[in-house]
Design a binder for this molecule. Structure first.
Ligand code: DGJ
Length: 753
């Protein structure tokens, strides 16, 4: 059992493979935090925060003789408000018009396995032997409020998952704040890592020093958001990508969140994460409960890289579900950037004909197939086919795509409603709006109130109808505005409704591959991954912009979850021209596809695409399900400025038989410096053979046809060369950026002995 309770000392020890998390009882009543360290064989209860008589730190009445105990000076496990701790509390429960609250230890339960969270997505186990759980009951003697803290300790991963359940006692109360986890660190010699950005510039890694006071990120957009991700990490002094102690926190929730660190006057750091108290005031009457979302907490001694790989392993096996969880994901052609709203059956089939010849496996029909949707001003909610565009319905398109040998996928944006739609004309009250105020529009649309059961039922029925009438293998589930005009608590109720809908739909259609999307990556969070194993990473498909977006995303989320497409040049979002090979190399770091009109390309380009797809099919198992090593990240580990002019990453298969390496220059220069790329994660005693993606690029073609020059391969080392894993890792490959290839190098290493 990875959890034990030492009754004599009043201490709970939670052991993951290489860490120990300590919870202590003080005076058999107060629940304190003992620390989270490298795994300890025994715990003496000596190395704890000492008692100290500090000015302006109140003492509980029954300990008045001992002026040296104040919760204000201790590491607390789940801090209470308005008593003796003036730092940010873990909850606020208003009763009798006061926040004042006490939580006294009652009892505990330890068992093998893990329970699911009522109405909320969470990590899960397939067998009880994967994890153990500790429940600790705390009670406010005055109000009878029962708070149960849950800790699931994973046996093969350095992960602890936490959440809390509030159950109302004799006195009704109002929950104004209910965080999922609070962890007090004894000092503040950490840097904080956050994933921040904007629409089309999501999840750039930003690292800053901790300073006294509160610092953190959050969302009030009723979406986990493009701007901030429900993630933060603390990096110990000296910790970097490869080494050092790192603590990562990630909230399994898609709505308003807060993730913050408070550094107090004595330098202690309190990490907190949970639902944002903004617009939240949840009433509980006797016997009623509220369950917080789950926080996944990872401790790594192998730097940020080790932390990321732990998140990836957990999310791939114990968060994502269903048939597609372990299945290699198909290569996609999506018609959005190829046609936008302007398509008909002929155009779609022409695109499909070319795509299938190049090896594409899934054709996705994006926005514009329903209602009267010729632009983004109408029809959301009217989930029936537009017969003007598709006269014989979706069946004709789906059958045509399947007969060509591809799977067929379809776009929806179910949570939205256009004022110009039959649905709105019938049910204007289903959209979020506040009486007497004109609702605010975003992309000309309003948001449906999924807190209403009839809305959830309507969507379930409409989407099920579409998915059952035509043969649909994949769904892209979009969400293109931040909700507004909500009543109190409406955001959390919205997510409870959405999760209910997704649970029913994914159970009803177990074979469908669902991909989540929110104007790109506006809801790239673990909760959505519980229902949909992949997410459209960003609306920015520029090959170079994608480096920071994808590597930032990889800090918490696996490559199998990141949908990445090659698009046209000049790029539709930023106008940049990047070589097809570089666009391919970057997009191959996730689940791969294309999003452009293939019929506008030359034969040379199509043949390069054919080679890319064939190549990707051979490496996708490693990319999607292997271990990621960020050899050179595009960010700076000590300041918010971008650091490196190139980025390098490597995916290694779990059996270490194959490694896929990419090096991409953001600003390719003529006659550049060599860069040293020390590989990681290989078998040092094995020999690896180089293999590069052989294809004629446009530049090769030019060199050959215009200048009669031979083309050279894009890899650093000639194909077939065998090198030991040790040499590749400890000496590192010297690579020269070849601007003529658009500034990227990509190769595979295959174990040969
Ligand atoms: C936003 C998505 O991110 C795009 O890929 C596309 O599906 C559009 N919505 C369609 O409206």
């Amino acid at each position: 059992m990875s959890i034990c309770f030492d009754k004599e000392k009043g201490v709970f020890l939670l052991n993951t493979p290489s860490s120990t998390y300590v919870i202590r009882l003080y005076n058999e009543k107060y629940l304190l935090h003992g620390g989270w360290f490298h795994k300890l064989p025994v715990w003496s209860d000596v190395c704890v925060m000492p008692l100290a008589d500090r000015a302006f730190s109140p003492v509980p009445a029954e300990l008045h003789g001992k002026a040296d105990f104040s919760l204000n000076c201790q590491q607390c496990e789940y801090p209470v408000p308005m008593r003796s701790d003036f730092r940010s509390s873990a909850y606020e429960a208003i009763c009798d018009e006061t926040l004042a609250s006490d939580l006294e230890y009652q009892t505990y339960r330890i068992y093998a396995g893990k329970k699911s969270l009522e109405g909320l997505p969470s990590t899960y186990i397939s067998q009880d032997s994967e994890a153990d759980t500790l429940e600790i009951d705390l009670k406010d003697p005055h109000t009878g409020l029962l708070v149960t803290l849950f800790y699931t300790v994973w046996n093969s991963l350095d992960v602890i998952c936490r959440h809390a359940v509030f159950t109302c006692g004799s006195k009704s109360l109002s929950l104004r704040k209910v965080l999922s986890a609070s962890v007090d660190f004894p000092h503040s010699r950490y840097r904080m890592l956050q994933l921040s950005g904007a629409h089309a510039r999501e999840r750039h890694a930003v690292i800053r020093n901790l300073v006294p006071g509160v610092q953190g990120v959050g969302s009030r957009r009723s979406a986990s958001s493009h701007q901030q991700n429900p993630f933060l990490a603390l990096l110990s002094q000296g910790a970097g990508e490869v080494d050092g102690e790192v603590f990562g926190f990630n909230l399994v929730y898609s709505g308003n969140f807060v993730a913050q660190v408070e550094v107090d006057e004595w330098g202690m750091s309190r990490v907190q994460m949970g639902i944002n108290p903004y617009n939240f005031d949840w009433k509980l009457n006797k016997g009623e409960s509220f369950c917080t979302p789950e926080v996944v907490m990872v401790r790594s001694e192998k730097g940020m890289g080790g932390m990321s790989r732990t998140f990836h392993d957990l999310y791939r096996k114990n968060l994502c579900r269903g048939k597609w969880r372990d299945a290699e994901r198909p290569v996609v052609i999506n018609n959005w950037e190829a046609t936008y709203f302007n398509f008909d059956v002929k155009k779609l089939f022409a695109l499909a004909d070319t795509a299938v010849k190049e090896g594409v496996e899934l054709f996705v029909l994006d926005d514009g197939w329903f209602g009267k949707r010729n632009d983004d001003r109408s029809s959301l909610g009217d989930w029936f086919v537009d017969k003007n565009k598709l006269p014989h319905g979706l069946e004709e398109v789906s059958d045509g795509i399947h007969s060509r040998g591809m799977k067929f996928g379809l776009w929806f944006e179910p949570e939205m409603i256009s004022p110009d739609s039959d649905l709105y004309r019938a049910h204007p009250d289903w959209a979020f709006q506040v009486e007497g105020r004109e609702p605010v529009l975003g992309r000309h649309q309003l948001v449906l109130d999924l807190g209403k059961d009839e809305v959830v039922e309507y969507l379930l029925e409409k989407i099920s109808n579409v998915l059952s009438t035509a043969h649909i293998d994949y769904v892209k589930w979009d969400f293109n505005r931040s909700p507004s005009d909500m009543h109190l608590n409406a955001s959390h109720k919205f997510y409870l409704g959405l999760y209910k809908l997704l649970e029913k739909l994914t159970t009803r259609f177990p074979d469908v591959l669902f991909e989540s999307c929110s104007g790109g990556g506006g809801r790239f969070d673990p909760a959505m991954l519980h229902y949909m194993p992949q997410t459209w990473t960003s609306d920015n498909t520029d090959g170079l912009s994608r480096i920071s977006i994808q590597l930032g995303t990889s800090v918490a989320y696996p490559a199998s979850a990141m949908s990445c497409h090659v698009s046209a040049v000049p790029n539709h979002q930023i106008g940049r021209i990047t070589s097809l090979s570089t666009r391919g190399h970057v997009a191959m770091a996730g689940t791969f596809g294309y999003e452009l009109d293939l019929n506008l390309l030359s034969e040379v380009e199509l043949s390069e695409i054919r080679s890319q797809i064939a190549w990707y099919k051979n490496i996708r198992g490693t990319v999607q399900f292997g271990d990621l090593y960020r050899i050179q990240s595009p960010w700076n580990e000590t300041s918010a400025a971008e650091a490196s002019e190139y980025a390098a990453w490597e995916h290694v298969s779990k059996d270490k038989k194959q490694a896929v390496v990419s090096v991409v220059w953001k600003f390719p220069e003529a006659n550049p410096e060599f860069v040293v790329v020390p590989l990681q994660g290989l078998d040092p005693d094995a020999m690896y053979k180089f293999k590069s993606l052989q294809s004629e690029t446009l530049i090769d073609h030019l060199k050959k046809s215009v200048f009669d020059m031979p083309s050279s391969q894009c890899s650093a080392i000639p194909d077939g060369t065998c090198v030991s894993g040790a040499e590749l890792m400890y000496a590192g490959i010297r690579i020269m950026g070849k601007p003529q290839y658009g500034g990227s190098v990509h190769f595979v290493l295959e174990k040969c002995s």
